[in-house]
Design a protein around this ligand. Structure first.
Ligand SMILES: NC(=O)c1ccc[n+]([C@@H]2O[C@H](COP(=O)([O-])OP(=O)(O)OC[C@H]3O[C@@H](n4cnc5c(N)ncnc54)[C@H](OP(=O)(O)O)[C@@H]3O)[C@@H](O)[C@H]2O)c1
Length: 256
């Protein structure tokens, strides 16, 4: 894939770090964003060992001004070819709660949905002018399967899916590609907070390869693993009582 300048949010860990490692190659510049400077630097070192140029920014995705200044600086050397909006948090009910509280719900929506839309709009104007570029939004199978134990997380990912697919059609005539990745369970730090069954869990490296393979085929929706992805899609079509019953074995709570 012909990407020269790549921006990855949430690159300090899990799927974002695996994507960075996989995309690292000579001639590429990787801009790695996250809050944890130490972990970001470890990922950058691994990418530099594959001869990629790395720029690291320890930033909260909610810091729109900080992101804007960083991207302005980065784009001095050329446009962003690939943005992967991957940063996200999993919050939900804890063991002693029946439902997450309102503050948690707001934080999840701000981080997973609004901040992702913000960064998209920071890179889009240049992509549209140049009539090229690729955006990937990392959602989840939870975008298709509302989780009673994490309502805001489900809503944030459903919002990302809807936003991304709509954006894809809006900017395709201008030469900009958009894809939404919908992973099932992936063994990362986030998964460690999901205290309950995690059927079909795959590694972060495997998830990264599946996302990149979907990009190579210009897929709009990159859902995996295949069986959970299709069961999740079909679950929206079955009667509500049946959908609810099928969710019984999936209950969980979020650990600290
Ligand atoms: N793991 C799964 O089973 C799974 C399944 C479906 C979808 N996903 C999605 O995949 C994406 C990556 O998750 P992961 O599993 O790789 O989890 P992870 O290992 O916990 O990584 C999350 C990343 O997001 C970053 N991040 C979180 N809040 C941030 C903030 N406010 N500002 C900047 N960066 C922030 C973290 O960086 P810092 O800690 O350095 O800030 C970290 O790099 C998320 O969007 C998640 O919802 C995960």
């Amino acid at each position: 894939m012909d990407f020269r300048t790549i921006v990855i949010t949430g690159a300090s860990s899990g799927i974002g770090a695996a994507l960075a490692r996989s995309l690292a190659a000579p001639g590429r510049t990787l801009a790695l964003l996250g809050r944890n400077a130490g972990r970001l630097e470890e990922v950058a070192t691994a990418c530099r060992s594959k001869s990629a140029d790395c720029k690291v920014a320890s930033l909260d995705v909610a810091d729109r001004d900080g992101l804007s200044a960083f991207l302005r600086d980065l784009e001095q050397d050329g446009p962003v070819d690939l943005l992967i909006a991957n940063a996200g948090i999993l919050e939900g009910r804890s063991a002693d709660q029946a439902l997450e509280d309102g503050k948690v719900a707001r934080r999840v929506l701000e981080t997973n949905l609004l901040a992702a839309i913000d960064i998209v709009h920071l890179v889009l104007p240049r992509m549209r002018r140049e009539r090229r570029g690729q955006i990937v939004l990392v959602a989840s199978l939870a975008s298709l399967v509302p989780l009673p134990d994490a309502p805001a997380y489900s809503a944030s990912k459903a919002g990302l899916l809807s936003y991304g697919l709509a954006l894809r059609d809006a900017v395709a005539p201008e030469g900009v590609r958009v894809a939404v990745a919908c992973p099932g369970f992936v063994a990362t730090a986030m998964a460690g907070r999901h205290l309950g069954p995690r059927p079909g869990e795959i590694s972060a490296a495997d998830a990264a390869e599946r996302i990149l393979s979907g990009l190579r085929r210009n897929k709009g929706m990159i859902g995996f693993p295949l069986v959970p992805f299709w069961l999740s899609r079909l679950s929206l079509l079955v009667p509500e009582a049946l959908r609810r019953r099928s969710m019984k074995g999936t209950r969980f709570h979020v650990g600290g």
